[in-house]
Design a protein around this ligand. Sequence first.
Ligand code: NAD
Ligand code: IPM
Ligand code: MN
Length: 361
Amino acid sequence: MNFKVGVIRGDGIGPEIVEEAVKVLNKAGEAFGHTFSYEELLLGGASIDAHGIPLTEETVARARECDAILMGSIGGDAKTSPWYQLEPSKRPEAGLLKIRKELNLFANLRPAVLYEELEGACPLKPELTQGGFDFMIMRELTGGLYFGERKTVEENGVLTAYDSLTYNEKEIRRIAVRAFDIARKRRKKVTSVDKANVLDSSRLWRKVVEEVAKEYPDVEMEHMLVDNCAMQIVKNPKQFDVVLTENMFGDILSDEASMVTGSIGMLASASLNDTKFGLYEPSGGSAPDIAGKGIANPIATILSAAMMLRFSFDLDKEADAIENAVAKVLKEGYRTIDIMSEGCTQIGTKEMGDKICERMQ
Ligand code: NAD
Ligand code: IPM
Ligand code: MN
């Protein structure tokens, strides 16, 4: 079959890591008899440079025509990049938030998987992680603080800034249903994370999640306060299956979770709406500190491409082939610098992409 994939190369390391994911996708296509046609789209800093704004209406329209989108990270160094001289609504990140909202990508899946082979790259004590772990952060992506009313006012010479956190029942229900559906296909446990001891939005979150949980008697549900969750991720990551949470908590917890899997360069992500369409991107940023050096880890982007095959195109075998190839290369001891440990062979971004392609033979 032929699939039309929108490609947003992004900024910083974005183009380097996307190149490897495209290579791996093409390899999977060759091996299984599919073709991918690519539609190049601009978002973030690259779009500001070309059009003066981080996302154009034309790009949104072209994105809608694609079957799915593969994206590298966007953004730059806030201290040195001219993009951050622009008003906040014209900066790279505003483009990312806009495309998530425009395409209604409310469900963000971030799989935190510690491959057994990477136990050496995990900063936790070996007894906590022996045998690896595998949990899924289900982050609400189009509500909460990111999309609430925002303003800065000056009263009597004093500046006050407001960011409001709102959720309605419908927004909570649809993400909760997704989380329970996914848990049903996994180890049947949902940990719903909130701050219900302080926030009204979290108390509503809890109420709605409890209603949804009643529809899934076969799935165990527990509530956990977000501060405790942050601690439990480093204390006992194996306890989690699906972690369901709101936008900002999910952003922070997923970076924390990435580090216990060895590196932010390992954490894939899928942003989904109610259809088969999805936007697939690594969870980490554009890493301006290592951009252009050929050392970034492309695995999160490659695993995001595998998620695209699985969720948007129903190509499970093909996704398995990519994931197995990644595991093989890690087993053979090849590492980018961020996951390097003693006795392993350090390779660059391109070599990692090549090795993964070779192992898919
Ligand atoms: P970052 O994730 O870019 O970098 C944090 C650290 O992780 C850096 O030391 C970086 O070198 C390292 N790192 C990240 N990805 C890596 C990879 N694939 N391989 C090896 N090391 C990797 O976070 P930041 O520095 O806070 O943000 C930089 C820019 O990225 C900002 O403009 C931010 O807004 C943007 N950002 C974009 C996205 C996205 O597009 N989804 C996500 C997060 C941050
Ligand atoms: C992420 C990023 C984005 C977010 C930024 C760049 C707006 O950190 O995808 O995790 O906070 O959602
Ligand atoms: Mn983030």
